[in-house]
Write a protein that binds this ligand. Sequence first.
Ligand SMILES: C[S@@+](CC[C@H](N)C(=O)[O-])C[C@H]1O[C@@H](n2cnc3c(N)ncnc32)[C@H](O)[C@@H]1O
Length: 399
Amino acid sequence: MVWYERAGLAPDEAAREHSHRLARHIDEVLTDAGGWLDFARFMELALYAPGLGYYAAGAVKLGREGDFVTAPEMTPLFARTLANPIARTLASLDGSGEMLELGAGSGQLAFDLLLSLQQQQALPTHYWIMEVSPDLRSRQRDRLAELPDDLFRRVSWCERWPEQIRGVVLANEVLDAMPAQRLRWHDGRWYQAGVARMGGHWGWEYRWLEDETLLEGLPDMTGYPDPYDTEVAPVVEGVMATLASSLVEGRAFLIDYGFPAREYYHPQRSGGTLMCHYRHHAHGDPLVLPGLQDITVHVDFTRVAQAARRYGLRLEAWAGQAQWLMDEGIVEHLESLHRAVPVDYRQLGAAQKLLSPAEMGELFKVLVVGHGSESQAALTALGLGEEEPNGSGDQASEG
Ligand SMILES: C[S@@+](CC[C@H](N)C(=O)[O-])C[C@H]1O[C@@H](n2cnc3c(N)ncnc32)[C@H](O)[C@@H]1O
C-alpha cells in the first residue's frame, strides 16, 4: 500500500481513470522525445496538458475540498489588506487605472478585492484575469457572477497579456506553479534531472547538464553537500519581460513562498524546494498521482527581481508577508473583528496563520516592482545591493 492509500486518500475510480489518461499522454510525449523529459517539461505536462493536466482539468483544487488552501481562500482579511496599497496605486492614476490578476484560482481574491476597493471608492476601471486553466476560468466566472452587477461588469478574462496596463498587476501563488528545472550537483559537476520509464513506472534519470545558462545565479558549489538537489525557473525571465513591457504605469504585487538566492541555494537546502500537494498532504514526489496533485517549487525572488530590473522595472519593496500585511494595516481589520459580536474565531485563526512565522508569515514574501522609487533596503535584502541601481531610486519603499 502506498502512503495516500494508507491515509485513506486513494483516488476514486473516475480520478484514477483521469490520471491514467494523463499518464498515457505523458508517456507518448516521453517516447516521442526519445525516452527522457527534462523536469520542467514533465511539470508542464502534469499541470497544464490541455484537458488533462492538474490545472487544466476538472477536479476541485483550492479550498477544503481540494488539495491546498491559499491566503485568499482562508480569509477575506488578506484581500482587504492588499486593497490598501492597490487603492493608493489606482488613486495615483486619477481613477483611470486597471488591474490584471494572473492565475486567479477560485476567483476569491478578485471577489474580495473588488468589494474592498469599492468600499474605498478606488475601483479599477477594469479587472482583467489571465488564467491558463479553462476549468478555473469557469469557476472564477461563477464566483464573480455573485458580485453586484456594477462590479462583475468590470471583470473580463484575457488569453494573453494586454498590450498596455496602467495600474496594478497581481499574482498570488502563481510563480511557484510555473515549470522549473531540477538540477543535481554530484561528484563535482551538474546534472539535469529528467523523467524516464523504468519498468512499469516513471523514475528520475540524471543527465549531464548541457544548457549552462541554467546555472546563472547559482553559487560556487565548493563545500556543498553531495548530492545537492535544487531547482531553477528560467521561465520567470520571460514573465518579467512581458510584465515590464505591458505595465506602462503602476506596479505589480508578486506574492509567493520563497527566498532570496542566498537562502534558496543554501548548502543546508540540499533537497531543493520541490513540493507536491494532494488532499492537504505535502510531499516530495511529483512522479505519482499525475493530474491529481499540485507540483510547485519555491520562488527565487532574487532571480525574479533581477529579471524585472533587467527589463526596466524598479524594485519598490520586498518583505515577509507578516511584516508587509502589518505595514499595510491588517491590524486595524483584526481590531474590528475583535470588536464584533460574536467574535469570528475562524477569521482570527486564519489571520494567525497568515501572520505566524511558523506558518505563512515568513515563508511567504511580497515583491513589489513597478515605476516608483527603488528601495535600497529591498535590493540589499535580495543580494542586489551591489548592483547598479535602476533609474533614479532612493531609499523609499513602495508607496
Ligand atoms: C496555486 S494557484 C493560486 C490561485 C490564486 N491566485 C490564489 O491565491 O488562490 C495557481 C494559479 O495560477 C494559474 N497559473 C499557472 N500558471 C499560469 C500562467 N502562466 N498564467 C496565468 N495563470 C497561471 C493556475 O491555473 C492557478 O489558477
